[in-house]
Design a protein around this ligand. Structure first.
Ligand SMILES: NC(=O)c1ccc[n+]([C@@H]2O[C@H](COP(=O)([O-])OP(=O)(O)OC[C@H]3O[C@@H](n4cnc5c(N)ncnc54)[C@H](OP(=O)(O)O)[C@@H]3O)[C@@H](O)[C@H]2O)c1
Length: 254
């Protein structure tokens, strides 16, 4: 039977790359993002597949449940869940807008958690499913000047790895993708394009492809790029205070 994937943040960057990868392999799609026009354009591109689009601002409380209810009302069963939508913000915690930072927590953490919660029971019932949660190399250390963003991604990694263990007796896999700086709209939204961390940004199609292949194999955690792997592993051995200083340095201007 044909499998269906739900992808959040499907309209640009990594999410759109995931759309192309799943579509090329013939999966049906449920695409979620705010930009309705872009969602409709993508749907038209893949007229050979069943594509459902859901325009939703996932930073709004209750929105993830509404997505689940819409999927249910369409009679669609989700086999693969890709929790990709997210954004970051550069600046000192107390100087950034609190509402934008709370929206970020809601999108990066709450929506991802809720969507996983709502779609998991049916995966468990049929003992099949795959979940891809997009974290970041930000997950591995504290991130001064992007304090809330780094913390949201630490949550995603910790939550996802815990689920791997909870689901170890099932045929359901949870993969956490941890990209480093990648060329998407993220840079301009977060205002990090002129920072040192973005001077070596990777190509989004390569990052998504690596994530996709690891997801299909059911791998636990995937860090994209050799430099990012070294950074993430060394963060495990460095004192957190030193890791935080390095993160602050790379968040500075080039
Ligand atoms: N690019 C990087 O350097 C990088 C590095 C590490 C991790 N990541 C992570 O990768 C994921 C994808 O980001 P990206 O780099 O591909 O950035 P992007 O190009 O800005 O894409 C973000 C996607 O999320 C959607 N989105 C944003 N806010 C939303 C909201 N409130 N409700 C629903 N959808 C929303 C956007 O669509 P609409 O505008 O249509 O809503 C868009 O499709 C994020 O979780 C990000 O944290 C990115």
């Amino acid at each position: 039977m044909k499998k269906t994937v739900l992808i959040t943040g499907a309209t640009s960057g990594l999410g759109y790359e995931f759309v192309k990868l799943f579509a090329n392999d013939g999966y049906d799609l449920v695409l979620v993002a705010r930009n309705t026009q872009k969602l409709e354009e993508i749907k038209l591109t893949y007229s050979n597949l069943n594509v459902s689009i859901i325009s939703k601002d996932l930073s709004v409380p209750g929105s993830a449940k509404e997505v689940f209810e819409e999927v249910e009302s369409l009679g669609i069963e989700i086999d693969f869940l890709v929790n990709n939508a997210g954004f970051g913000l550069l600046g000192k915690f107390d100087e950034l807008d609190i509402n934008k930072q709370l929206n970020m927590v809601h999108l990066n953490v709450m929506a991802l958690t809720e969507l996983t919660y709502y779609f998991l029971p049916k995966m468990k019932k049929k003992n099949f499913g795959k979940i891809l949660n997009v974290a970041s190399t930000a997950a591995f250390q504290p991130g001064p000047l992007m304090a809330v963003y780094y913390a949201t991604k630490a949550f995603v990694l910790s939550f996802s790895e815990a689920l791997v263990e909870e689901l170890s007796e099932t045929n359901i896999t949870v993969t956490t993708l941890c990209p480093g700086a990648t060329k998407t709209n993220f840079g301009s939204v977060a205002n990090v394009e002129d920072t040192k961390m973005f001077s070596q940004a990777m190509n989004s199609s390569n990052v998504a492809k690596t994530g996709y292949l690891s997801f299909m194999k059911g791998e636990r955690v995937v860090i994209t790029g050799t430099f990012n792997k070294i950074g993430a592993y060394s963060a495990k051995f460095l004192p957190r205070s030193l890791s935080a200083k390095i993160a602050k340095y790379v968040a500075g201007e080039k």
